[in-house]
Design a protein around this ligand. Structure first.
Ligand code: N01
Length: 540
């Protein structure tokens, strides 16, 4: 039951925190397939999750629209029309809003509601969730669908409070936008976000100064409007695309070339990279099967990209700073761009190497580095997120015997399958640490999680099971496996990556996402369920 306000009435079976891709799908699975009474609590004033908050200039998904969407409903696939190769943030919000209306989801979503705590009551076997406004909700199951990249990281740089201009974090962008016209803008950060934002900011700012700590690779996205022919083509091929996204390690709609970069002639390799560069997008990483696995193979791709950057950037000083890349291609999340390197050829864009001369402080007139002062009207922090654990730990989550999640994870996150934490019965995390999450196309990972959690709850209900909780030894073994899987790749070689938590001072260095690939993960989850939820304690 529900009211107009989005508040569910009656006794709740489940509470879902978050109304992004994962929360919406979990609501469909639990409410419409199992018939549960579910309440979704969402901080924002509308659906969208990551795409509700990330409205910065140039924000756009780096996965093709026809693959970055739900696949559970052929009718939905038929009814929705993507306009571009990669959807921008506004189109993704429209899509999720369409889904929410299409499946009548809003009646169970309470917006403008920030969850501050979630405590487990062992005697009652319930979770009580409290909100910033002082409301309280109680249910048997709690599903954290809070996203992986939803806690903005604003670095603690001395003097920020003294800045006389305006500053913004890209992940908390004002809904009515920011007018850069005639302004001197400083942007800190050159990850996927900064690389998308810079060329767009440069179009209207009087001057853009990019503060780069770590140089990055980027591949042209080659975004374009979808022709009517392509729109039809993707719809007709939807079942085939769905199948491919479920068979490939990262959930992409293309398969990696089975060849090694080292088994072809230099000419063939060059031709393959040229073709991938011209096609654009993440598929570049799949040009050869071992690009993210072997150093030597990786270097062939890295050298090709460096050569392209050198060709594009005309000013040799800027080029040298942009080419000072300290990690393997793909070891950090590889960005794709719409004119990033080209924007450094504009007269109104400059580049500051803050690895060579670090930022010392922010002053009222701008940014002071070790060797200069940069007068600014606006500072943009494209400085990323407290990824994966941040959104969970900013709530006060307490499990059995009052165990705080923050204490349980003091040395880093420990989960079983990324879905449950020992000591926290009936709490499920969607795309949690230890699951493929950020290494997989999100909606692909999310549909698997949503369905697995719903099947698990269905099994519990049919078998009179009141509680499910990960065994500590199963979680420890899973964490070992997550580490082994990461160690088989070059992902662990980038020591400053957010995959490791290295972007947040004091955060334990633990490789968080599962790098063993979505098909392997899916199989493991299915085997666990088929074996009567092996590795979990089920109690009546
Ligand atoms: O964040 P990041 P992001 N002083 O952490 C720098 C997804 N995403 O928002 O590398 C100075 O990658 C930091 O420098 P360094 C995607 O999964 C997807 O760009 O730590 N600089 C780095 O340059 C992505 O990976 C899409 O040395 C500081 C930058 O800020 C993830 O979100 C678009 C600093 C942060 O890069 C995060 O991307 C956007 C400091 N104190 C994002 N702290 C698409 O779908 C940090 N930096 C296309």
């Amino acid at each position: 039951m529900a009211t107009q306000s989005g508040k569910t009435t009656g006794t709740l079976d489940a509470i879902i925190i978050g109304a992004g891709f994962s929360g919406l799908y979990q609501l469909i699975c639990l409410r419409d397939r199992l018939g549960l009474n579910v309440q979704v609590l969402e901080t924002g004033s509308a659906v969208g999750g990551t795409w509700y908050w990330n409205r910065y200039p140039g924000a756009r998904c780096d996965v093709e629209s026809y693959a970055y969407c739900y696949t559970f409903s052929p009718e939905l696939t038929e009814e929705w029309e993507w306009s571009e190769r990669y959807p921008d943030d506004a189109e993704l919000r429209r899509y999720l809003d369409f889904v929410a209306d299409r499946f009548d989801l809003k009646r169970n979503i309470q917006f403008n509601t920030r969850v501050t705590s979630a405590w487990y009551d062992e005697a009652a076997n319930t979770w009580t969730v409290k909100t910033e406004a002082g409301e309280s909700f109680t249910a048997k199951y709690l599903i954290a669908a809070v996203g992986c990249l939803s806690t903005a990281n604003v670095p603690r740089i001395a003097g920020l409070e003294s800045f006389a201009g305006h500053w913004y974090h890209t992940g908390e962008w004002p809904h009515d936008g920011v007018d850069f016209t005639g302004k001197r803008v400083g942007m800190i950060g050159t990850g996927s976000t900064g690389i998308q934002a810079a060329p767009v900011i440069a179009e209207t700012a009087s001057h853009l100064t990019v503060f780069q700590r770590t140089a990055n690779y980027s591949i042209p996205a080659r975004n374009a409007a979808l022709s009517e022919e392509y729109k039809r083509f993707y719809k007709e091929r939807a079942p085939e695309i769905r199948k491919t996204t479920r068979e490939t390690p990262n959930g992409y709609p293309f398969k990696p070339n089975p060849k090694s970069a080292l088994e072809v002639t230099p000419e063939e390799r060059e031709a393959a990279y040229e073709e991938a560069w011209a096609r654009g997008g993440m598929q570049f990483r799949a040009t050869f099967r071992d690009i993210v696995l072997h150093k030597e193979a990786n270097e062939t791709a890295a050298a090709f990209i460096r050569h392209k950057i050198a060709q594009v950037v005309k000013d040799p000083k800027k080029a040298a700073i942009l080419l000072d890349i300290d990690h393997a291609y793909g070891a950090k999340r590889p960005p794709i761009d719409n004119g990033y390197f080209e924007c450094f050829n504009r007269d109104n864009v400059s580049l500051v190497d803050i690895k060579a001369a670090p930022i010392e402080r922010i002053i009222s007139s701008g940014i002071r580095t070790a060797d200069a002062e940069y007068p600014l009207d606006i500072i943009v922090f494209a400085t990323g997120f407290d990824a994966m654990t941040g959104p969970l730990l900013r709530m006060d989550i307490r499990g059995r015997d009052g165990l705080r999640l923050a204490d349980a994870w003091e040395a880093g996150p420990t989960t079983y399958l990324g879905l449950q934490v020992a000591g926290f019965p009936n709490l499920f995390t969607m795309t949690g640490p230890g699951s493929p999450s950020v290494l997989c196309v999100m909606p692909v990972a999310i549909e698997q999680h949503g369905e697995w959690i719903a099947s698990c709850i269905d099994y519990m209900r049919k078998n009179d099971i009141a509680r499910i909780e990960a065994k500590p030894e199963a979680a420890e073994k899973w964490v070992e496996h997550v580490n082994e899987a990461a160690n088989e790749t070059l992902l662990v070689t980038a020591k400053h990556s957010w995959y490791l938590g290295a972007n947040i001072p004091g955060k334990p260095r633990v490789f968080m996402p599962y790098a063993g690939g979505m098909p392997r993960y899916r199989q493991k989850c299915d085997e666990v369920a088929a074996a009567g939820y092996e590795g979990f304690v089920l109690s009546r």
